[in-house]
Design a protein around this ligand. Structure first.
Ligand SMILES: Cc1cc2nc3c(=O)[nH]c(=O)nc-3n(C[C@H](O)[C@H](O)[C@H](O)COP(=O)(O)O)c2cc1C
Length: 211
């Protein structure tokens, strides 16, 4: 197989300056609803990139759990690699790729821990097995074996009546949007790109970018 021969023409849609709302968060809400309607596989999966103190980036997939007034919310372990990187440098970027719609959304902004009550509300809404997983996993740390994890899980799941507490180091981050870009694939690689540049707190101006 020659990887270079894999190519796809994009022809499903077009994106005009006037077809997006004034605010990028509203734009994301609109496109997210369209992704759900189009039955995109895991439309809420997004690639989150962080940087360490040396400015070296790292990326991983996390799940979007809420589109707020100012941005987007996801949940994780605050002591994980991403959590530690965010605590040192909270500028992050996020990427959604919805191939079924030939669309990409890029978001840049600053991540802030959400209030503990809001993390509680989400944690206690999760299935018990996921709660146990959040407790059992010292996310990003080296673990001796699968058996060690399974043993911790078995212990946590042993008594179904026992309420599992949210660990303080597990919760949500809200990424407050400072820049966003909406990308629609077009034929001949002459894609549409509409970028939102922040002009003041919560106000944005859109510009078309060359593909
Ligand atoms: C589809 C998918 C969804 C995921 N969702 C989350 C999530 O919401 N939160 C999370 O902490 N990790 C999630 N992960 C796992 C992360 O990609 C990553 O392995 C983990 O957070 C550790 O990353 P880190 O060591 O860079 O902190 C998900 C992975 C995939 C493939």
């Amino acid at each position: 197989m020659n990887i270079a021969d894999i190519r796809k023409e994009y022809s499903q849609g077009a994106l005009n300056e006037g077809s997006l709302p004034d605010n990028p968060v509203e734009g994301l809400r609109q496109w997210f609803q369209e992704a759900v309607k189009a039955q995109v596989m895991e439309p809420n999966a997004m690639v989150l990139s962080t940087v360490n103190r040396q400015g070296r980036p790292s990326s991983r997939v996390v799940l979007l759990k809420e589109i707020s007034n100012r941005g987007i919310v996801f949940f994780t372990n605050y002591l994980s690699r991403k959590g530690q990187e965010i605590e040192a440098e909270n500028h992050v970027s996020v990427n959604f790729f919805w191939p079924e719609l030939e669309r990409q959304v890029r978001i840049e902004g600053q991540a802030y821990q959400i209030p503990a009550e809001d993390s509680d509300a989400y944690f206690y809404s999760r299935p018990r097995l996921s709660q146990a997983g959040a407790i059992a996993s010292a996310q990003s740390q080296v673990v001796e074996s699968r058996e060690e994890l399974d043993a911790k899980m078995a212990e946590l799941m042993a008594d179904p009546e026992q309420e599992l507490q949210r660990p303080e180091h597990w919760g949500g981050y809200e990424i407050v949007v400072e820049y966003a870009e909406f990308w629609q694939g077009r034929p001949g690689r002459v894609h549409d790109r509409i970028a939102y540049f922040e002009t003041g707190p919560g106000t944005f101006q859109t510009k078309r970018l060359s593909p």
